[in-house]
Design a binder for this molecule. Sequence first.
Ligand code: NOJ
Length: 962
Amino acid sequence: MAAAAAPRRRARADFVLAWLGLCLSTAWAVDRSNFKTCDQSSFCKRQRSVQPGSSPYRALLDTLELGPDALTVHLVNEVTKAVLLLELQGLQGNMTRIRIDELKPLRARYRVPDVLVADPPTARLSISGRDENSVELTVAEGPYKIILTGRPFRLDLLENRSLVLSVNARGLMVFEHQRLPRNSFSDKVSLTFGSIWDKIKNLFSREGTKEPAEGDGTPEEEAAGKADKPEENSEKDDDEPGAWEEMFKTHSDSKPFGPTSVGLDFSLPGMEHVYGIPEHADSLRLKVTEGGEPYRLYNLDVFQYELYNPMALYGSVPVLLAHNVHRDLGIFWLNAAETWVDISSNTAGKTLFGKMLDYLQGGGETPQTDVRWMSESGIIDVFLLLGPTASDVFRQYTSLTGTQALPPLFSLGYHQSRWNYRDEADVIDVDQGFDNHDLPCDVIWLDIEHADGKRYFTWDSSRFPQPLAMLGHLAGKRRKLVAIVDPHIKVDSGYRVHEELRSLGLYVKTRDGSDYEGWCWPGSVGYPDFTNVKMRDWWANMFNFDKYEGSASNLYVWNDMNEPSVFNGPEVTMLKDARHHGGWEHRDVHNIYGLYVHMATAQGLIQRSGGVERPFVLSRAFFAGSQRFGAVWTGDNTAEWDHLKITIPMCLSLGLVGISFCGADVGGFFKNPDPELLLRWYQMGAYQPFYRAHSHMDTGRREPWLLPPEYLGPVRDALRQRYALLPFWYTLFYRAHRDGHPVMRPLWVQYPKDVTTFSQDDQFMLGDSLLVHPVAEPGARGVQVYLPGQGEVWYDVQSYQKHHGPQTLYLPVTLSSIPVFQRGGTIIPRWERVRRSSDCMKDDPITLYVAISPQGTAEGELYLDDGHTFNYQTQNEYLLRKFTFSGNTLTSSSADPRGHLETPIWIERVVILGAGKPASVLLRSEGLPESVLTFQHSAETSVLTLRKPGVRVSADWSIHLR
Ligand code: NOJ
């Protein structure tokens, strides 16, 4: 008893100190000393100490084997003699996969399961040329050739003889093969237990080595770290501090398996602009990291995060995109361990003038970006997504990891949250506040205080005695509730969730096999091992209505703290030597843990409805593939103007790597925004995918009606604009779901040849139709908007004024302005009868906004379904309509004949921007006599409004301007 209590007391003391540290810190900035720099992360330091030069790795071309799905070849490190196995695959759709593992690992290395949606279909490789040091490979059906060079090892991908990408060209590959610690065990035991060594050797022989099985590979954990193999221990790095045990502050990482990191470099000739690898609070375009810190990918709960630096945040997606005027490509580094990414460029620091001078002097190197990935464990598993366009890269990446889940319609509406709404009466008041002030709202949120002592899946009975009645009240208003369910479980023998998890052995374990305990909101907590499918199934079952008492079908879920956050752990997270199912260390799975929590919760919400209803789950941590499970947000931001601005690059970066459903706490989580900042945040949030106001418990209440009237009006307008555009949002999400296209996009995706757009992250596009330039400065009287596109026209959606691109436009703004432009050539559907919630609007008639291009054309689409079930998938119950304007005729036709939907929705108005005045307007619709439509034309704005076409949205029809 006493022995068990001591570590707990120590943990509590650590926690109290950490908590005091947090509370006493007066400066509004992250305490950087809580988080490692590359130098403090021993593997990053070791990897980074390797300088560009000749690689010690050689591909043994005589071991090359070409199978139907892959080529394999041995790589030898000529210094250590360690042998690796390289597996190279051509994949269908212009992708290449490279895997490198140890040929005979002492212990299977972690291969990330559950991220790929399927085994990617391969494209046959054939040998098309060969000399003594290289082999040329051709990929079937692809324009690419791959050259494999033996000494030093290198891969070059060429398209039509020009080099697109090289692997290990800088010779930075480092693969720390597993070995046994020097002077540890054998010196002491060899005399006594000489025969043990033979046994261990047998265990580690090829036959004895477990093949890593995706999903549940079981490493030979017992052996490693307890034996020695002297001839393998001559390497210098064995002796480096941190290689076999690492300290950070008071935390020790026991590293029983020694150094296991992997690293590889990729050279991208012709590339100067790279993006992606979220999550960082930094600019959209990634910066060169030489001489500074690499970008870090390690899911962390960072208190008061700082802007414009490469520190890790709550989620990680190890995908980088490169873009130039000719092409796009992507690198997907599938590894769930702590990862650092270094970026260097031969043009970094050169001014445009300097580059021009180089060019004029006939010299100057071709610009090139080099990217170096370094991960603490696992294997090298990398997908080269060869584009060539950005939309190809989106399609390629989402063909591997899945597309954005189609959100239920309500979740695209407005969400009202704070930490915390006090009790049921408070919730009902807030709900009523929206109605009293004529503000639409779909969801009210409950944070951790709603549960009984932070025992998730329960309710505090004094403050929430009748949750079902409260949910029923909201359902009557056609609104929803989201309740938080965090993935740490209070250690409390009276708490059923804890008791079951403990007795089922489903908690993460310490390296010694006992349940791992850390500190989080409830005090001492256990961490369910979500990497175990049994755990996920158990968790999913917890959302059944009979298990989660007081829940109902309009209750949805928020998963927070799933990095996982451990207040008394190293860097506020879990010890790396904690053990997961299958014997894997937390080190191996850290970055995927949060995805598994999200996955299990989404599964639970689907299951509770018998597979009928689409889930909505918000998660703070994420990884590659998280888009399949719901939404994410950018965590604990601050009520400051710079935090408002950073939401744009943060969500754009996520969209580029598949996660479209992104948002930031409107108003800022920490501190109190002044009315102007809060208003500008409402206006910006209205045009970002996930729209939720949220704030810390120490902040003042800030429901919109608490604002002075001159601010409340514009907030109402912003909310109404959001709701009016719901059919457009829903259609964009359908596209993201079907084709992997980001909903919120950087301008360069739409204008790939316009270099002005390549670094822009103060404005963005929604689909290919709307350009948004939020007002993000206090006291702004105007904004400079860049309107791209030679020969493009843009219509201001407030004034309908037409502007020509490309130009930088100074647009005067007032408090009620949100500069938004509709691109000429697009058609946008809107619901203009804004009501209490999206559910009240879902059968409302549609207004089409047709913005005519200089060529007199426009097109757009509309996706509709029931808004909440999977029937669109299982029964084809949906509509995808295509609208085309050309030759003064607007036509509506089906864009997907498989879909069908019984719907009362009709077209109530058509607004044509940039139109002359017609003599008459005729409507033709299937099965109806031709009719004449009444219209109104404004000569001043060139806006033609056609009243009441009255046609069904599902019908084919055409409108003719004569
Ligand atoms: C941290 C989350 O980021 C924040 O949104 C939430 O309010 C608190 N945890 C309390 O649950």
